[in-house]
Design a protein around this ligand. Sequence first.
Ligand code: PGA
Length: 254
Amino acid sequence: MTKDRKLIIAGNWKMNKTVGEALDLVTGLKRELANVKELDLLVAPPFTALSEVSKAILDSNIRLGAQNMSEHNFGAHTGEICASMLKEFSVRYVILGHSERRQYQKEANDLIARKAQAAHAASLKPIVCIGELLEERNAGHTERVLETQLRGSLAGLTPEQIEETIVAYEPVWAIGTGVTAKTDQAQSAHAFVRQILASLAGEAVAKRVRIQYGGSVKGGNARELMSQPDVDGALVGGAALELRSFTEIVKNSI
Ligand code: PGA
């Protein structure tokens, strides 16, 4: 399958994997996916495994992501991790505004925008997550929610920075539930997101931004999702925790 934008498949390990478990998984991924050049691959382990995973994937085609970072650069922020600390481990990507953080840590769009700005200032590529709740979809508010989240979370970024941002559309009702968005639901949300991106940064930039789909992606649905014109990759949670299932998603996406 050919698409102008290179697909990007990311494994979001969330709060899973000790260092030993992380190394087991990444060693397997390196072996199984060594020949994959058609798409960009990254894993986002917990902070505690970044150092070892970073060493393990040196000289491989797997890149490193973090699951969150502070909007601040240093200082009295107990428990936080800043961009320069991530860069010490050659982290290239950082997931921001995941729906779990929006829900449980009460992260709002303006905070996510400040984090995205801090990420770009440090040359980290943010993966900015947006997505509607089931109630919002059922009430016909999906587009309004996506537009508010996207405009709010990308506020203050230049068109050049928006081009280097990855957007992850993750309908909250599909995350960890086994219920995937139908391909036409995913495609229409992605096309809408691209339209908003065009109004923020111009058509040319919007055409280059990669928009990942996330929410119960599996080997069995990856191919159909990835074949949609505006779906440029996947942000994978549960199925990224096991070698077989993540490998299958990657192979079925090529
Ligand atoms: P899931 O999670 O693949 O387990 O649905 C996706 C995500 O939260 O990024």
